[in-house]
Design a protein around this ligand. Sequence first.
Ligand code: UD1
Length: 359
Amino acid sequence: MKIDIIAGARPNFMKIAPIIEALEKVKNKITYRLIHTGQHYDKKMSGSFFEELGIPEPHVNLEVGSGTQAHQTAKIMEGYEALLLEDMADYCLVVGDVTSTMACSIAAKKLNVKVIHVEGGIRSGDETMPEEINRMVTDSITDVFYTTSDTANENLRKLGHDDEKIIFVGNTMIDTLLKYMPYFTKPKVYDELNLRAKGYFVMTLHRPANVDEEKKLKSLVDEIVKGSRGMPIIFPVHPRTAKILKGIGIDAENLHMTEPLGYLSFNYLAKHAFAVITDSGGITEETTVMKVPCLTLRDNTERPETITIGTNVLVGTNPDNIAPHMKKLHSGNWKTGNTPRLWDGKTAERIVQDLLTRI
Ligand code: UD1
């Protein structure tokens, strides 16, 4: 069996790492080709993840680089189609919900290559987010879903997908988190700022709805600074956000902006934080497993189990909502949460076991 594994943007890399590790053990039965689309290309957004997570050099890099959604989609589809025409695969395995996920699944399906979607079936219901469109399109042409939650299974059934196509395996992102937790690395900024465990915030913001408008971004950050009661806030800034921040005068003594951090350093900071404030989906899963309070600056989530089971709360995107949640956090009454079912570090093994039955 020949499988193409697609990775394109930062949140893909920790999801493919354990799948590749598990595939390496069955090389005599399944061969894989790792394709990096080049959607993320910086060392800080891509290269460092390959190094830290021991992901082998991709067999191919499509080097699509920056651009609008349609531009990136078109370039990825063209590049991947050409690869397939040269050397056909049996399956195309995509993860998550980024532009690369959708683009490669379309190119594959049109050439009758079966599509496997890891993390299929999750939905926020918010069609203004590019990721939601990517999820909808990808799932509509997926042949095998490897899912992370009961909600995802339910969503897929409601969409009319047969039970045989839906395999509930757990969360590969958590495989990586649990494997690398003993190796999390204290970043330089920790000692430079004299941080102490549970004595600082970590913040990440990159969603267009939060960062593309200067005024909105400024009022969110201002409210967070106000609610922090002087505790240091470490803010590793995504390149998208960095461009906007340049134009805004945010100046608070306890707000410390850094470059995007590597996987091991970021998760060291998150694990020991008082709380994490974010608009990322993946981080809400990691904080749930690490039992760190998480405040999500979004109005919806495709990962409801991080709220019903985990430590996450939807604060929303209205800056006025931030103060009451910060108050609750400081009062020490945040929920401790539990770990969702099958988020146990063995998801990639389950995926490969299932793949072996399809040879
Ligand atoms: C993408 C994903 C999003 C994911 C996020 C995590 C889509 C639709 N969105 O959003 O789901 O949560 O990645 O990071 O796929 N840039 C760099 N260096 C890089 C990569 C990007 O400077 O290595 C710049 C680009 O030039 C662009 C901006 O960052 O200006 C945004 O990159 P882009 O790939 O368009 O999407 P993200 O906002 O990163």
